[in-house]
Write a protein that binds this ligand. Structure first.
Ligand code: ASP
Ligand code: MG
Length: 417
């Protein structure tokens, strides 16, 4: 059995939904579990609904726009399917009723109940279209399988309970080949409430299902023909990484390559399930393979640029040395503010970190300044080069001011202006 994942961009309209059927026709004999994200920018729109709901601002207009656009896609992808339209309307009605109530004491809990609906709508539409296209399938609610804790908005999977849930799943689906259409991004907790796995979490869901069902492979269908050694939108002659190891892919996504969600690889690696990244536009293109073979990892230098960085230089007020006690206190403050350190360096009297410059930084700095002098330097980029060579580095850094440079055998990192 294979797991396929289609992201929001691949199902953003009726043409996208029809293309899912087109991809599936190339796999006429395979049992498939198909994970689908919310359509296009639906998740962002639903986040707006959440903020409005919590602030007591009317959201009816936003909801009506979402209802219309989904019903339009359904009508195009499955003409005259009155039953499917009624079911979709029912889901909208339920959410609208929820939105007429009062926010609970937990914004994150409400967020998950609301935002998760995008995936419910999209999978109903895709499942219905596939039936119309002669591709029989069963719609499965991921909230009956993916059991999580109740950390709303970034729920942790309970693998044992989920595995038990997934046990009979394939046998319950009639027909041959068996096809299941289900949601990415969402799960449920002990109370039966909906949880979500964090933004862009559908890749991770595909890996979860693959793990639970011992799938032979996972394919992420994208609008790009695979994983590249750099962002093709930013660099002219990028190269396809046709075969890399789990470890290399984990490193790349950790450093900021955005092709696959960083948490996706671990469950696949644990069961040695290969991951393919392929183009849903160009089915003949070979794409990228990620598995346990590492012999190609170092063939091509990969580079990842993270913009919007700020360097914080933290010094004890009396210019005393930075020692372990200071560091443990400083890390504590970062953890408290949920600020992730992208790179760090220390000297005798200063501890310097590079972090994403977002709204968490000002309160963090205020806290640090109770004990330390903090200097900052913003509008920087963090450049990471895996398997670097001097030619690549020279090209990347030409005309840039390098503030910090760190090199290991495989990775060179630079904070540049
Ligand atoms: N729909 C969710 C999001 O946009 C999950 C995903 O697309 O992976 O974050
Ligand atoms: Mg998405």
């Amino acid at each position: 059995m294979k797991v396929f994942k289609f992201g929001g961009a691949s199902v953003k309209d009726a043409a996208g939904v029809r293309n899912v059927a087109n991809v599936l026709r190339h796999f006429p004999n395979d049992d498939l579990l198909i994970v689908v994200s919310a359509m296009g920018k639906t998740t962002n729109a639903l986040e707006e609904v959440v903020w409005g709901f919590c602030d007591g601002v009317p959201v009816a207009e936003k909801m009506e726009a979402l209802r219309k656009s989904h019903l339009t896609v359904l009508a195009e992808a499955a003409p005259n399917d009155v039953a499917a339209a009624a079911e979709l309307v029912l889901h909208f009605d339920r959410l609208n009723t929820f939105l007429k109530g009062k926010p609970s004491e937990s914004v994150d809990r409400d967020y998950d109940q609301i935002v998760s609906q995008g995936e419910i709508w999209s999978t109903l539409i895709v499942s219905t279209h596939l039936k119309h296209a002669g591709l029989s399938n069963a719609w499965v609610d991921a909230r009956t399988i993916v059991r999580t804790d109740d950390t709303y908005r970034s729920a942790r999977v309970d693998w044992d309970l989920s595995e038990r849930r997934a046990g009979g799943l394939l046998n319950e689906v009639p027909g041959s080949p068996k096809r299941i259409v289900t949601q990415g991004f969402i799960g449920f907790n002990a109370e039966g409430d909906t949880t979500t796995l964090g933004r862009e979490g559908s890749d991770f869901s595909a890996a979860i299902f693959a793990y639970l069902l011992d799938a032979e492979s996972v394919t992420i269908w994208k609008d790009v023909p695979g994983m590249f050694n750099a962002d093709p939108k930013r660099f002219p002659d990028t190269k396809l990484l046709s075969h890399i190891s789990y470890k290399e892919a984990i490193e790349l996504s950790y450093f900021g390559a955005s092709v696959i969600h960083p948490r996706t690889l671990q469950p696949l690696q644990r069961k040695n399930i290969p991951l393919y990244v392929r183009s849903f536009v160009d089915l003949a293109a070979p794409g990228s393979t990620i598995d346990d073979r590492s012999e190609n990892d170092s063939l091509i230098p990969s580079f990842i640029i993270k913009p919007g960085q700020v360097l914080l230089s933290i010094t004890p007020r009396d210019l005393s040395f930075i020692v372990e006690e200071n560091l443990s206190g400083i890390f504590g403050v970062f953890a408290q503010h949920g600020v992730c350190i992208n790179l760090m360096q220390n000297s005798a009297v200063a501890f310097t970190v590079c972090v994403d410059n977002d709204n968490r930084i000002k309160p963090l700095v205020l806290d640090l300044r109770r004990e330390y002098e903090v200097r900052w330097n913003e509008e920087l980029e963090l450049v990471t080069v895996r398997h670097y060579d001097e030619v690549t580095l020279e090209k990347l850094l030409k005309g840039r001011e390098v503030l910090i440079e760190q090199r290991s055998r495989t990775t060179a990192r630079f904070v540049v202006k």
